[in-house]
Design a protein. Structure first.
Length: 268
């Protein structure tokens, strides 16, 4: 079985940036199938474009644009990509990085499919900083990664205590295209709208409205990063009713407008 050393990923690297104890690559997947392999270090894969099937010894995933995975170092897996253009953003961290911040890799064994919107927002911030890559980027990237691992750890601890409807709702919110109404969601879950409204923040850490807003903004971010869609198309695909509404919400999270951010990451 192939072992990939530090900074090695199958495909064509458009950008490879070395920070303190971590390497970030922006890669086009060029292999139709990559056979069983594992990596020397733990790493994240953020699929920015295309589709990918990935499987390890325990699970398999059908990944679309916007999917985020964390792989621990011992996790052997293989991938099959779709015929379309496929692009992945990788963050590889060595053992010293984990030691410096007292993060135990044993708490994150195997592969983890990360769907929580706030984690993806943090990963988007890492992507932005990797493109800027100035004297403050390393600090910002480290802060965001620490927050991501804290969020993963907290989420995994709470998993066993959650009622069944919580995971059902997570999938519904990801799959729903238009109908995010409290009445519709509670009906599909078989619980009362008042109960859903009251209990939502307890399990999701924010209001239902904010959670849905982050899902839409995450989708908008990876569509923006492709540099293939107009603002009008992004608004339509992400369910914002006009550009003004989209820009206001985007600016609230990223402290800049979509066009300014696109210009910034395109020039780097």
């Amino acid at each position: 079985m192939n072992k990939l050393k530090t900074g090695e990923f199958y495909g064509k690297h458009y950008q490879k940036s070395a920070f303190e104890n971590l390497i970030i690559t922006d890669t086009e997947y060029t292999h139709k199938k990559v056979d069983w392999h594992y990596h020397e270090n733990p790493y994240f894969t953020y699929l920015l474009q295309g589709k990918l099937f990935e499987a390890n010894k325990k699970e398999s995933y059908y990944l679309e644009s916007g999917s985020l995975l964390f792989h621990n170092w011992q996790d052997a897996h293989y991938n099959i990509k779709s015929p379309e253009y496929t692009r992945g953003f990788h963050i590889e961290l060595n053992q010293e990085w984990f030691s410096n911040f007292n993060i135990q890799t044993s708490n994150f064994e195997g592969s983890i499919h990360l769907k929580k919107p706030i984690i993806k927002i943090l990963m988007n911030q890492v992507f932005i900083e990797s493109k800027i890559n100035d004297q403050y980027s390393n600090l910002s990237i480290e802060n965001n990664l620490i927050e991501i691992f804290n969020a993963i750890k907290t989420d995994r601890k709470k998993k066993s205590k959650k009622p069944i409807w919580v995971n059902q709702l997570k999938e519904l919110l990801i799959e729903e295209k238009d109908d995010y109404s409290l009445k519709s969601l509670s009906s599909k879950l078989g619980i009362h709208p008042v109960h859903l409204s009251r209990e939502f923040s307890k399990y999701f850490g924010m209001s239902l409205g904010n959670y849905i807003r982050l899902i839409k903004l995450n989708k908008a971010f990876y569509l923006l990063a492709t540099n293939k869609f107009s603002m009008t198309e992004i608004c339509y695909q992400c369910g914002f009713y006009d550009q003004s509404h989209f820009i206001t919400n985007f600016k609230r999270i990223y402290q800049t407008t979509p066009l300014k951010l696109l210009k910034k990451i395109s020039q780097c």
